[in-house]
Design a protein around this ligand. Structure first.
Ligand code: ZN
Length: 391
């Protein structure tokens, strides 16, 4: 089956080979067998089995959200209200969700997860990474990853999210568990391992041990670092060749230099910025301009989770990146698509050129910059995943 999207007013291909022409006007796009088969001027579009008339709208690559925590139960909106009233955000709120998640049935977790994935899809997300991290027992972490695997291949073992309450007086025993039985049980369901480095979570030394154990088990590496302080996590991520270090709100100059050097090496460590977290915790935003000007590879993701940010909106992340992080609209869109793909070491998604997966979003707007200038409106008209209309 082939599909042609015709009458595209503005097609953002983000084709790396055509740096001078990442955007086409009066374009058409053909998807065949799930892959982009042809891109060109609308007047020259080949015939196809079916067609979509974009009616002059902008078409962009589907968003690649490389950071989310969607397997959980319970609700923390009271905590949000208290935070807005002045109480500071701390990592300890995660334990509230852990208790609710352990008490939930598989069906409850699955129903919530599928609902959240559908919401992300409706906002243009076509590739989605999902972490465990609200179980924190061998069985509950494995269950979270098994459920996440039902909806995405990009699953991440985050047993090292926080130290659970029952190990509060013996952190070393919990790190042993994460590196031992928990990793063994979870690795078959995970592509990645991640550690939350924070004064309320894990130290750099603990993280090193956990990440090396994960690497030995065949998992790729990701790190949460620099959310609330320059904590040394970025240097660790670069040293170990992590695919991504996420948050990067607080960075030392040496961190920026290390990330830039790693980007020059090719498959280096991406700095993934999560501005919805700063929005939802009323913290200072990361400085994307500093990173981009230094040559760092930057991605944008949501970090959708029940505590520090309960929004899965990639369009809002793009708008915040332009409004608050110093990115141009094109830089922000590229970070939310190609950048996310790079953070997941994927070469098949995040752009629209021949050979890429047919993940395309038709906007309800004539220009992609409306993503930044019209936050909060339903700007996604139609979402295609591998050429199929998303449910
Ligand atoms: Zn996170």
């Amino acid at each position: 089956m082939s599909l042609v999207i015709e009458n595209i007013g503005q097609l953002v291909t983000l084709d790396a080979a055509e740096h001078d022409r990442p955007i086409r006007t009066d374009a058409a796009l053909v998807i065949e067998a799930g892959r982009v088969a042809w891109v060109g001027d609308a007047a020259e579009a080949p015939a196809a089995d079916s067609r979509i008339d974009a009616e002059g709208a902008a078409v962009i690559p589907g968003f690649v959200d490389s950071h989310s925590h969607l397997v959980f139960a319970g609700d923390r909106v009271d905590e949000f209200e208290a935070r807005m009233a002045g109480r500071p955000y701390t990592a300890g709120g995660i334990r509230t969700t852990v208790a609710a998640t352990r008490a939930a049935s598989d069906d409850e977790l699955r129903a919530r997860l599928r609902h959240l994935v559908a919401q992300a899809r409706a906002q243009g997300t076509t590739t989605l990474e999902i972490k465990s991290g609200y179980g924190l027992t061998v069985a509950d972490e494995q269950r979270a990853l098994r459920l996440a695997r039902e909806v995405t291949d990009e699953t991440t073992f985050l047993g090292a999210h926080v130290v659970p309450a029952e190990f509060a007086h013996d952190r070393a025993a919990y790190v042993d568990l994460v590196c031992g039985d928990m990793l063994t049980a979870c690795a078959p369901y995970a592509r990645w391992i991640d550690v939350f480095i924070d004064s309320g979570a894990f130290t750099v030394d603990e993280a090193r041990r956990i990440l090396l154990a994960g690497r030995d088990a065949g998992l790729g590496l990701r790190v949460h670092a620099g959310q609330l302080a320059a904590d040394g996590g970025v240097a660790l991520a670069v040293e170990l060749g992590a695919a991504s270090v996420d948050h990067c709100t607080h960075l030392a100059d040496a961190d920026v230099e290390a990330l830039a050097a790693s980007a020059r090496d090719g498959a280096g460590t991406v700095a993934t910025l999560l501005p919805l977290v700063e929005f939802s915790t009323r913290q200072p935003y990361p400085d994307a301009r500093r990173l981009l000007d230094a040559g760092v590879a930057v991605a944008l993701a949501t970090d959708c989770n029940p505590g520090s940010n309960y929004s899965s909106s990639m369009p809002l992340a793009v708008a915040l990146a332009v409004r608050e992080l110093g990115m141009t609209p094109l830089e922000a869109l590229a970070a939310a698509t190609r950048g996310g793909a790079r953070a997941l070491r994927r070469t098949d998604v995040g752009y629209l050129e021949v050979g890429a997966r047919g993940d395309a979003v038709i906007l309800d707007a004539p220009d992609y910059r409306h993503l930044a200038s019209r936050p909060g409106v339903p700007i996604v008209r139609q979402v295609l995943v591998a050429g199929e209309a998303a449910q």
